[in-house]
Design a protein around this ligand. Structure first.
Ligand code: NAP
Length: 256
């Protein structure tokens, strides 16, 4: 990287953020700072400066952008990060730093799917009760399990990346595993535990989509949680789009 390279802040925590940072490292046009919230115990090493922890709201992020001389921001946080994208949008608009949201497309139902759409995880728990099922695979992430903990009559298989609060479920099967998952494995999981319904957030992406195909093949309902409303930010679906946008920004920065 050239010492004169302008500084880019990437809000991370996703596969796309990782790919973006890795591709930028090869080109050396930006000095990249990758920011993590600190929810994952051991994020894999990245070819960038890494900072961990919140900024202290929109005002804190504004101070960071100015203090660190950030010239562009890519918000590559997760589609279910409900707060950070709003802070990025507001802070960057306020201090005049160009920003873009890198947001992978959501999944869409196809023929043969039986999706029950939920507004949030609490709604997903309510809708699950309406399905008359007993054995459920929960894949909503460890921070969004509480609404299901009250459904004592159901048997849950809970798959998460990080360990869950052991007090939440009396007799759930817990599986700690990080994607990508393949169809064969997902079919085996659903069969082994005699799963009757799957609960998922509409995260999109390839890594965790096989469970949807497996549910379709087995004729199982999927309670699908909608994404939270994002800010009115400029948004691109893929890493290549973000790189193109950055090329344009770099031209503007160089011309200053
Ligand atoms: P969130 O609700 O949007 O953010 C809550 C607070 O966490 C923010 O206000 C911010 O604190 C801090 N924060 C979030 N992302 C940050 C980042 N990349 N760098 C520094 N601070 C960050 O987000 P969340 O749902 O708790 O998710 C936290 C992180 O986990 C995100 O980076 C996201 O990409 C990743 N993740 C989330 C999910 C999910 O389902 N929610 C799934 C996979 C990965 P301050 O206000 O103090 O700045």
């Amino acid at each position: 990287m050239s010492s004169a390279a302008p500084r880019l802040l990437v809000l991370a925590g996703t596969t796309e953020a990782r790919r973006l940072v890795e591709q930028l490292a090869g080109a050396g046009n930006w000095e990249v700072i990758a920011s993590f919230a600190g929810r994952t115990s051991a994020p894999a090493a990245l070819p960038a400066s890494v900072r961990v922890g919140g900024f202290g709201g929109t005002a804190g992020l504004e101070r960071f952008l100015i203090g660190e001389g950030i010239r562009a921001v890519v918000d590559a946080t997760h589609p279910f990060a409900a707060v950070m994208p709003h802070h990025v949008h507001a802070a960057c608009a306020s201090v005049g730093v160009p920003a873009i949201r890198l947001l992978r497309p959501g999944w869409e139902p196809v023929a043969g799917d039986h999706w029950v759409i939920a507004e949030d995880v609490a709604d997903a728990a309510r809708r699950l009760c309406g399905l008359g099922v007993q054995r459920v695979l929960l894949t909503t992430g460890r921070q969004e399990l509480l609404p299901f903990a009250g459904l004592g009559s159901m048997h849950f298989v809970v798959r998460t990346i990080e360990p869950i609060d052991p007090g939440l479920f009396a007799d759930a099967v817990t599986i700690r595993e990080r994607g990508p998952f393949d169809l064969e494995g997902e079919l085996a999981l659903l069969g082994e535990h005699r799963i009757e319904a799957v609960v998922s957030k509409n995260s999109g992406g390839e890594a965790t989509a096989a469970k949807l195909e497996a549910a379709r093949m087995l004729g199982l309902p999927v309670v699908m949680v909608r994404r939270p409303m994002g800010p009115p930010a400029r948004t691109v679906p893929g890493v290549a789009d973000a790189l193109r946008w950055l090329s344009g920004v770099a031209v503007g920065v160089a011309g200053l």
